[in-house]
Structures are given as C-alpha cells and as structure tokens.
Design a protein around this ligand. Structure first.
Ligand SMILES: *[C@@H]1O[C@H](CO)[C@@H](O)[C@H](O)[C@H]1NC(C)=O
Ligand SMILES: *[C@@H]1O[C@H](CO)[C@@H](O)[C@H](O)[C@H]1NC(C)=O
Ligand SMILES: *[C@@H]1O[C@H](CO)[C@@H](O)[C@H](O)[C@H]1NC(C)=O
Ligand SMILES: *[C@@H]1O[C@H](CO)[C@@H](O)[C@H](O)[C@H]1NC(C)=O
Length: 417
C-alpha cells in the first residue's frame, strides 16, 4: 500500500496528497506513508479488562479462559466496568477528542470499502456502553447509520446516545421513534422508520443491515464488503417454511386479550419464517418502502404475533423483489446458512456427536434461552461466516467484547497495510 501511494502521488502529483490529507486526521498527516498502527487498541485504551490474555482466549487456552472467568465473577471488577450514561455526555462535549481517544476510524481503510457503502439501522433501548462499543466496531465514514432509541427509554439513555451520534455526520437519530413492544408490530415499525430515513438520506449505499444493541460484529468492514460482493445482488437472511407449531401466529389476531380468527394474507403467498435481523440490498428496501403490493402485505402483518420474524422472510420470497429467492422450499435458507445473524439457542446446544445439536454449549449464560456469549465462545464464533452475533453484554462478559473488538481492529488494520 505504501508503495502504491508513493507511485500514485508521484504520478498524480498533489491530487493524491490532497485526497490523503483530507482523509487523515490532521495530527497524523505527517506520517501518511506510515502504517495505521496508532489505531490499534492497546492496553492503555482498555478498562479493567486489559489484564486478560486475549490471544490465549481466542485460542481457548484454559489458563487464559479461567483467568477471564474469575475476573468476571469479581465484585470490584464488575463494579469498575460499569460506565454511567453521563460519562458519554461529558466525553462527547469535544467530539474531535472523543473520536481520537476512542480511536474511531476517520477515513476509509480502502478504496474497495469506500466504493461499497453500507447502511445500518440500530434499534436500541438501554445499555449505552454496548451501543457505543458496537458503533465504534462498525463505524466507517463511508457508511451511514440510523439509530432508533426506544421512545420509552430512560432520558439519560436517549441523551447519551444523541450526544454520541451528534459527533458524526453520517450517524443520525431516526426521524420518528416508536415505543417497541415485545412480539408486537412496533419492532418492525422501528426498522421501517430507519429504512425510510436511510433510503432518503443517501442513494449510494449498497446493502442494508439491521442491528440491536446487543449485537457485535464477527467480521471487519472489508470482509463484509467482499462477502456482499460475492452475493452478486442477493439478500442473505433466514427464510424458511413456517413450522406447524408457529402457524397460530398468523391465523389469529394478536391482541393480547382476544383470539379472533384472522383473514388470510392479501395475495396467494406462502408466509415464511425467519429472523428480525437481515442483510438486504438497497433494492429490497426500495420495494418495502414503495411497492403497493408489499404495503398491503405489511398492513396484513400488523396484527400477527411477532411479525418481525415473518415479514422480512416472506418478502424475501416474493418474485420481483431485488435479491429475493423463489418461494419454493428448495430455496429455504436457515439462520446458520444466512450471513445475517448467529444466535445460540439453548435447545440447539450440545456436543458434536449428538445428532440433534447445532452448536457447542454456551460458555456465558442464557437470557430467555439465548446465549449471552462468554470469552469461551469467541473461538467458535469467529469460525462462522456470519457478519454479526447476538447476544453480547458488557455488563455480563466485557472480556468477550474486549477481545473481539481488539481482534477485529487488528485484522482491519492488517488488511489495510
Ligand atoms: C497468552 O496465551 C498464549 C497462548 O496460551 C501464551 O502463549 C502467551 O504466553 C500468553 N501471554 C501472556 C502475556 O501470558
Ligand atoms: C462529568 O463532568 C463533570 C464536570 O467536568 C464532572 O464533575 C463529572 O464527574 C463528570 N461525570 C462523569 C460521569 O464522568
Ligand atoms: C427526503 O429528504 C428531503 C431532504 O433531504 C426532504 O425534503 C424530503 O421530505 C424527504 N423525503 C421523505 C420521503 O422523507
Ligand atoms: C383488541 O381488542 C380489544 C377488545 O376486544 C379492542 O377494544 C381493541 O380495539 C383491539 N385492538 C386492536 C389493535 O385490534
């Protein structure tokens, strides 16, 4: 890369110098042919987690894992890792300093990534630290980020997240926030509002990815860009035939109190089952926002149970939708095959010699049957092709997040060399 820049700057004269200067932090311009090693996360950046041996943890070294486990159980450690919401308001008073101190990327790491911007919808309601670390992990100046903070979130959460987003021209709060109710339509509405804002804000982005506050990436931005290019315009999300035990979700009106029979879907279309989390093209988002047939379907979904797990999977199988697949079962895609999201469900865990097991046992702890990853899950997580995994929590196992973010940043900088 250095050689290439040198050649180009000789060939194109000051144009490239200007380009580079405008893309590098001014403090660092003098070393534009230098490596980006100053962007590595070092132990000085880390909190109390820094005593852990992350390379040992990533290799599942027993000693390193035990040390990490012990630490997460220590009272003083648990206390020290908490960060009050006000901290972020203080820290972001000087945005330039905040970005420097937190080592946010302020320039695209490659031309390839710059030419392939992504759009993110981030739906969050609490745990500001998780949000900030997630944003830092996926932040790149060429991408665009819409943040939906739940309407009923604590004022300190909303203020802290607003303060963080205000530091970036390409990170914004959704124009219309809703109050998200579990298994209700509002979860879909939150993403729809961000989709509309993102679609309108820029025409350049190629793919849309939605996240919640407890997701964390398993890939660098460059790796995601390359995998998306390999999809050649297809979407990548779970979309399977609706299992018999879930059919009630669409046959009855979901209204907490009553169980009225629901009208069948507006046109002859198989309802598919999937996940709330998707990786889809800009064209797919355009269809969701503008196609009148899909609008009818969207309205029909409003009183089903947990429509977030049905709507995207169903739209993915409508002929003519960009990046979609035929409705035939042959094109069903499971959560383990799609790029979108890796989740460990308690009932699918087990050892490899068990015929029914899908993945090894959770090394963290379960919340509503979903694994909140521990440091011991990292090696397995990184062996998968998924872009993101759910759930991480800095309040449960900050070491898992610490080692993962360090690993990804190191990888991203190595790729850029
Ligand atoms: C971290 O763990 C690795 C792998 O077990 C080991 O080789 C290395 O010496 C450890 N580093 C420290 C500082 O303990
Ligand atoms: C925020 O800044 C004020 C004034 O500088 C300071 O007194 C306070 O302790 C800070 N709060 C946090 C949470 O960092
Ligand atoms: C799109 O954004 C422009 C301003 O950039 C605004 O005037 C317009 O109303 C927006 N359109 C929609 C559909 O939100
Ligand atoms: C749910 O049912 C109640 C009582 O039957 C009714 O008053 C209310 O309008 C219904 N809500 C919706 C969204 O259909």
């Amino acid at each position: 890369v250095r050689l290439l820049f040198l050649k180009l700057s000789i060939g194109l004269g000051s144009l490239w110098m200007l380009y580079l200067a405008s893309h590098l932090d001014t403090d660092k311009v003098s070393g534009f042919t230098r490596s980006h090693s100053w962007l590595e996360y070092t132990d000085e950046d880390g909190g109390p987690e820094k005593v852990c041996n992350c390379s040992g943890i990533l290799q599942r070294d027993q000693e390193s894992l035990e040390q990490a486990k012990l630490l997460t159980l220590t009272k003083t450690f648990r206390k020290r890792i908490q960060i009050p919401d006000e901290f972020y308001i203080n820290e972001t008073r000087d945005c330039r300093n905040f970005k420097l101190r937190r080592k946010y990327l302020t320039f695209p790491l490659s031309k390839e990534e710059e030419d392939f911007p992504l759009a993110y919808s981030m739906v969050v309601h609490h745990k500001v630290q998780n949000f900030e670390r997630l944003l830092r992990a996926i932040y790149a100046p060429q991408n665009i980020y819409c943040v939906h903070v739940d309407k009923k979130s604590a004022p300190s959460v909303t203020s802290a997240i607003l303060a963080i987003t205000s530091c970036f021209p390409n990170v914004f709060m959704v124009s219309e926030a809703v109050s998200v109710v579990y298994a209700g339509w509002s979860r879909v509405q939150a993403d729809l509002n961000c989709m509309a804002d993102l679609y309108n804000a820029s025409t350049k982005w190629k793919y849309f990815i939605n996240l919640c506050g407890q997701d964390f990436p398993l890939k660098t931005n460059l790796e995601m860009v390359r995998m998306l290019q390999s999809l050649k315009g297809s979407n990548s999300l779970e979309s399977e035939s609706l299992p018999a035990e879930k059919r009630w979700r669409i046959h009855y009106v979901h209204n907490i109190t009553d169980g009225k029979i629901k009208k069948p879907p507006p046109f002859n279309l198989p309802i598919k089952s999937g996940s709330a989390y998707i990786v889809v093209t800009r064209g797919y988002v355009g269809s969701v926002l503008k196609d009148s047939k899909i609008k009818d379907l969207t309205n029909w979904f409003k009183d089903t149970y947990s429509p977030d797990e049905l709507i995207w999977a169903t739209i993915q199988r409508i002929p003519g939708v960009p990046g979609s697949k035929w409705p035939s079962r042959k094109y069903d895609q499971t959560d383990v095959n799609a790029f979108a999201r890796l989740v460990k469900w308690a009932w699918h865990e087990g050892s490899q010699d068990s015929e029914s097991a899908v993945y090894p046992e959770c090394q963290g702890n379960h919340v509503r049957s979903i694994c909140v990853y521990g440091a011991g899950d990292l090696q397995w997580l990184l062996q998968n092709h998924h872009f993101f995994a759910n759930k991480f929590d800095t309040a449960t196992d900050p070491i898992a997040v610490f080692c993962l973010e360090k690993h990804l940043r190191h990888k991203a900088l190595a790729e850029a060399e």
